[in-house]
Write a new protein. Structure first.
Length: 130
């Protein structure tokens, strides 16, 4: 046997697992106060809130994909823009009076300091290809 060679290739290593949620895949592994492995989500939550990430926040990927309307957050389901009346938008905003408006109307108002004309309303959301 030569010096510098490792014979550890025969030893099987266990997959890392988050001590809080049990995740085995994450973009970045972190350590908690006890130096135990945490997934990125649990580590960031604990760093921000000084408490372990609650179980209610841990959704599986397929649960997130099965939302009824991907263009509407659960807080604003059934909402309609106070300016143009649309009910689908990737992001709901509020105007200065606190009324809920769609993303397009909010960005227009932010840029022009006046409400977006209803004639500019589009029925479909156009995605940009980048």
């Amino acid at each position: 046997m030569q010096l510098g060679q490792d014979n550890d290739s025969d030893v099987k290593r266990a997959k890392p697992q988050c001590v809080n949620c049990g995740a085995t895949k994450t973009p970045l592994w972190r350590r908690d106060a006890n130096f135990e492995l945490q997934c990125n989500a649990c580590g960031l939550y604990e760093k921000l809130h000084k408490a372990p990430r609650p179980k209610s926040l841990k959704q599986r990927r397929n649960e997130r994909k099965n939302l009824t309307n991907p263009n509407s957050s659960p807080d604003h389901q059934g909402a309609a823009c106070a300016n143009c009346g649309t009910s689908t938008t990737p992001l709901w905003r509020k105007d200065r009076e606190g009324r809920i408006i769609c993303n397009a109307c909010g960005l227009y108002y932010k840029l022009h300091n006046s409400h977006r004309p209803v004639t500019m309303r589009m029925d479909a959301i156009k995605r940009r290809s980048r």
